[in-house]
Structure formats: C-alpha cells, structure tokens
Write a protein that binds this ligand. Structure first.
Ligand code: BF8
Ligand code: SF4
Length: 631
C-alpha cells in the first residue's frame, strides 16, 4: 500500500529506507496481520480471568467467561475509549483553568489576560456578571467556574449546556445524557464498564454519549481559556510542510497540544536569535509546529507547520531538527528512537509525560519564560552537534491561510453585512450556492495513505459547493497539500461556493477568495465549528439535527477522535469515519451507532473507507437535510 501522497514525506521516507531507519510504517507492517478479535472489538481484558474472545464465525465461544456477550464487550471497550479521549481533552482544559486562576491571582506573571473581550463573552455565557469587576476578579470567577465543572454537582456541566441550542439540551435531558461533572462522567464510564456492572449494550452506549458530552465541554473550555490567555485567532498567512525547516537556522519544533507551553516558546524564541547566530546558525532560531500545539501557535502567531501526526518522526529524519519539545498527547515514543540517530534532543516537559531517551525539563507556569529560554538553549547547544552531511530538508512547502476562529469568520461575514453577519451565509445556504457544510477533523492513520482521504473527499465535496472547515491534523493535511489558499478555491470550488468565498474574501480585504478550507484550529477547536453551527441554528430557529451540516474524520486514529465523533453524533451531525472502528464484532452496537442513534439524536455514524463513496454519502445526508428544510 502507498504510505503517503505527500511529496515531502515521500522524500524523507526514501532517506529512511536508504539509511535503514524504521518509521511507523515499518513497525506497522511488522504488526500485520493484526489480531482479528482486537479489530472486531471482541477481546475483553477487563478482569483477570481474561482475555476472553468471541468467535466471529459462531463456531467457538460466544460468551466471555463471566457471560458477557460480544455486544457487551464491544460497547464496554468503546465506552472506555471515549472516557480516555475525554480525560485527555479535559485534562488539557483543566490545566488551562489552573493557569488562568494563577494568572488572576498574580502567581503567573507570564500569563496576562490577552483577550478581555473573550473573557467577558465567556463570563456572560456562564451567567457571571462583569459589572464593575476588575479583569483579574472576573478571570478568577471564570477559572473557578471551569474547575467547578469537573466535579459532580447538582447542576449540569455549564460548558456542555451553555454552548448548544436549547433543543439539544432538551434532547440530552430526555435521553439522560447530560453530564453533571466532567471528571465524574469519565469515572462513571470506568465504573459501569468494570467487572460485573453494565451489561446492556444500549445503556452502555448512552453512558458513552454522556461522557462524550463531557468531552465536548472540556474541549470548548480549552478553546475558551486559551483564547482568554493567548488571544482569539485572526486570519494569518504562513507556510506548511517539512520545507519550513531551514538549513541555516536552529530548528525547534513544538509538539503536543497545550499552548500553555508552546505559546510562551513562540513569544520568546527570537530573543535568542543572537545566541543561535553565535553558535553558527545565521538565520537564528526557527520555530515550527507539529500536531495540535503546532496549530495553536500557527493560529495565533503564524508559526509555520512542519508536519502532523503519522509523519512526526520524519521531521527528525531530515537531520535538521535540533529540538522537539513536547507536552502531551499524540507524541509517538518512536520519536526517541529517531532522535537517537541524529543530534536532535527530544525534550519532555510535563510530569505525566516522560519518554525513555528524552531529556526532561519540567515546565511550570511560575517560571514559564525562564524554562522556555532554557529549552531553546538546548536546541542551540544541539545545533553545534548537527552533522551537515545528514541534513536532507525536502523542498516542499505550501502557503496556508489559517486563523479562522468563530469570531474571525463572523468578522469576515460582517464585512458583507455589518447588521446581520450570519445572513449572507444563511442566504447562500438557502439559495443553494452553498449546499451544506462539512467539518473535517481528526488525525492521519498509518492504515490510510497519508492525506489521501482528506484530499479526495475535500475536492469532491467542494466541487459540489460544500463549504469546508477543518481542525487538527486534518487541517494540517490541507495546509500541506495547498488547500488552505484562495488559489485552491479558484481551482476546486463549484461555481456557487466560489462566488460566495470570493465575495466574502474581497469584502474582508483579502483581495481574492477565502481559502477552499477554513482552518479553525487544533482538535479542541472543533467546538469553534460547533459554535458556528449553533449560531446558524439559533438564527434559523431550528435545531442542529436539521442543518445541512456534516462531519468527517477520514483518517481518525486516537481515542480523542472517538470521543469527538460521538459528541458530533449527539449534536445531531451525520459523522463519517474513514477507518473502521473496532465495533463490527458487536452487531447491535454497530447498528445502534450507524442507524438507531439517528432516531434519538438526529446524528449517526457513517463508516466508509473509500473517500469518494464517503463524499457521496455525506452529500446524500446533506441533500436529505435540505429536503427536510424545504430548501
Ligand atoms: O488532538 S488530530 S493525531 S494531534 S488526536 Fe492527535 Fe489526531 Fe492529530 Fe491533536 Ni487531534
Ligand atoms: Fe472475560 Fe468477563 Fe473478565 Fe471480560 S470481564 S475478561 S469477558 S470474564
């Protein structure tokens, strides 16, 4: 199977092959064929009597030792994946809530409140009165409200129910899936899936939905608090792909998720340009991003994106990366092995993420600047050990226009209609210039030729006038492949979509169309897309499950992606997954996810590995929604 469609990745993979370095693709090949029970989701290791496995052909065991059915095992495994994804996203949010609290209490001088307007907007949404309060006092109350959302309480998780339509809240209440604490929702899944508890697959799945709504809350909180502390993104122009590494600079990559580390590094990196020059790098320090923390600094500072997800090791294999600085999530342990072959320093920074072979420099908000400078100096030191003969930076890079927060999109639309910014979007959806909206989210996956799913689907949907939004490593794929540009709009958009993107782009002063795909940020920023949908639904006076809005994760990988997909379905969206999740061994579970959830929430999963067929199925879902609205 082809490994990637990305030219830069192909070039570096050739070097890896020549030099005998293994990458994720080689290690994956060594795993094939993978365990059929695991692929179907019917392996249970929940108690010490296991592993128990259910024979998919009906000839061997049909029950686990305790009597658990295939559906129970599959539903429990899925629930635990959602809980893990929720723990990751909301752990990130909790971290930011503590940072905001410290900032408000004067204990984190490097983290001033950057966006007071966002702070006030979030406070207002939570019902916290701003009148006459000092900014720090308001920030403290918002941080405390955020932290209060984690524990079990009498009231729903505020970040879950204040960010959706009233209709959704009623639907969630009706089905008993409103979380009353983010951590307690995770804990409840762990409890109900433990030995000898919930054995009803549908009840288990509803428990998973409740946890996924806690995931939505945590993600939204992470975005809100990051905007308050670091600023709400505005359109920026930058570059993407491995070609952003510079032969004559100290190249430092930030990788992981939380801007609490990467934003400070972005703020101070150029203070050490002189030291880098003195070490022999005339171009100074060159900061680049990988994965979602890369998206965070790309959105707010225009820091170029080197790569994402499945190809992260390739940044090291260019031989030109001095340091790769990580916080948490999606950091492959294989990076340490790759770094050993070069002068690259892998630097871990969080107490919960240490990697054998890495250097650990613990990061704390109290000493943020100081630690950031120390980390950059590690890169400068490493530069002195760089072997010029091993440097192979592929020449590929693409221009990428990013920074489309909800506020930035509404801002661009308000240049067309200042009184009623959403009206131009809604009018164009109604008249069919814009057939519908598709949010692309999620990762790259070693099972799919890198970027191929995203690009094939986007071209197909855009040609049929579907407005495209993207986040996470999906946005990274579009950035690398040149789809975050006005030129891509001219080349691939259908006539209706092209006219709309051109009119808005010109009104917003871009001198040409908006990009074919609007980059809304990191994975937690999927909630920005949800905000746009909620605003449109409220304006139209219909609920989310009636909008011609769909979601797709063509190359999903992580437990976080499973949690996101589940809340997207609960929010009412037809949601495509391009990688078969481990649920097929549970026929009831598979049917509930792809069919029955529709009658409960309006949304449902579409599992389809062929991108063109997947695009056709999403177009069908959009058409069905349009017929429902009689447009
Ligand atoms: O949170 S898209 S591989 S980096 S999980 Fe990870 Fe997937 Fe990338 Fe960001 Ni999201
Ligand atoms: Fe087997 Fe039941 Fe234990 Fe799972 S919980 S490992 S199915 S005995």
């Amino acid at each position: 199977m082809e490994r990637t469609i990305d030219l830069a990745s192909k070039a570096v993979l050739q070097i890896a092959e020549r030099e005998g370095y293994s990458t994720i693709w080689d290690r994956f090949a060594a795993q094939v064929p993978q365990c059929g029970f695991g692929e179907l989701g019917t392996c249970c290791r929940i108690c010490l009597q296991g592993p128990c496995r259910i024979d998919p052909f009906g000839e061997g065991a049909q029950l686990g030792a305790c009597g658990a059915t295939a559906d129970t095992i599959v539903a429990r495994n899925l629930g635990r994946a959602i809980a893990a994804g929720t723990a990751a996203h909301s752990g990130h949010a909790k971290h930011l809530a503590h940072t905001l609290l410290r900032s408000a209490q004067g204990q984190a001088a490097d983290y001033p409140i950057k966006d007071e307007a966002k702070l006030k907007a979030v406070a207002a949404r939570l019902g916290i009165l701003a009148d006459g309060k000092a900014i720090d006092e308001l920030a403290k109350e918002v941080a405390q409200a955020a932290l209060a959302d984690f524990s079990e309480k009498q009231t729903p998780v505020a970040w879950a129910v204040t960010n959706v339509t009233q209709g959704r809240v009623e639907t969630f209440l009706k089905h008993g899936v409103v979380p009353t604490g983010i951590d307690s929702a995770i804990s409840e899944v762990m409890h109900r899936t433990s030995y000898g508890c919930d054995a009803d697959p549908v009840n288990l799945l509803l428990g998973g939905v409740k946890c996924a709504l806690a995931d939505f809350a945590g993600m939204h909180m992470a975005t809100d608090l990051a905007d308050i502390l670091f600023g709400t993104p505005k359109p920026v122009v930058t570059q993407a792909n491995l070609g952003v590494l510079k032969p004559d600079a100290v190249n430092i990559a930030v990788h992981g998720h939380n801007p609490v580390l990467s934003d400070i590094i972005a703020q101070v990196a150029h203070e050490l340009d002189q030291e880098a020059r003195a070490a022999g790098a005339p171009a100074g320090v060159n900061l680049v991003g990988i994965c979602c923390t890369g998206n965070e600094v790309l959105m707010r500072h225009g820091i170029p994106s080197a790569t994402h997800s499945v190809s992260q090791e390739l940044a090291v294999l260019t031989g030109a990366l001095e340091a790769i600085v990580v916080d948490y999530q999606c950091i492959m342990p294989g990076l340490a092995t790759a770094a050993e072959c070069y002068h690259t320093r892998l630097i871990t920074t969080m107490p919960i993420v240490k990697i054998s072979g890495a250097t650990h420099i613990e990061f704390s908000e109290e000493k943020a600047r100081e630690t950031a400078l120390k980390i950059i100096r590690q890169g400068i030191e490493a530069f002195k050990q760089r072997d010029p003969k091993k440097v192979n930076i592929p020449p590929h890079q693409s221009t990428a226009v990013a920074g489309f927060s909800t506020e930035a999109i509404v801002g661009a639309l308000s240049q067309v209609n200042a009184e009623d910014p959403l009206k131009p979007l809604i009018d164009n959806i109604v008249n069919g210039n814009v057939l519908g909206v598709c949010l692309f989210a999620g990762c790259n996956n070693v099972r799919v030729p890198q970027d191929s799913g995203y690009i094939a689907m986007a071209k197909e949907l855009a040609s049929k006038n579907v407005l495209l939004l993207a986040t996470g490593c999906g946005a990274g794929a579009f950035a690398r492949q040149g789809l975050l540009t006005g030129d891509a709009t001219s080349e691939y958009a259908g006539d209706g979509l092209k006219a709309v993107l051109t009119a808005v782009g010109q009104a917003a002063g871009l001198g040409g169309p908006l990009p074919l795909v609007l980059h809304m940020g990191s994975c937690v920023d999927n909630t920005r897309a949800a905000d746009v949908a909620v605003a449109v639904a409220n304006k139209l006076g219909v609920d989310l499950d009636r909008l011609p809005v769909v979601a797709s994760a063509p190359e999903a990988t992580t437990e976080k992606a499973i949690a996101i997909g589940t809340w997207a379905v609960a929010a009412g969206l037809p949601t495509h997954v391009g990688v078969v999740p481990p649920v097929l061994g549970g026929p009831t579970v598979a049917k509930v996810l792809t069919e029955d959830l529709k009658s409960l929430f309006g949304g449902y999963f579409i599992v389809e590995t062929d991108p063109v067929t997947a695009a056709e199925k999403l177009l069908g879902a959009i058409e069905e929604r349009r017929r429902g609205l009689a447009i």
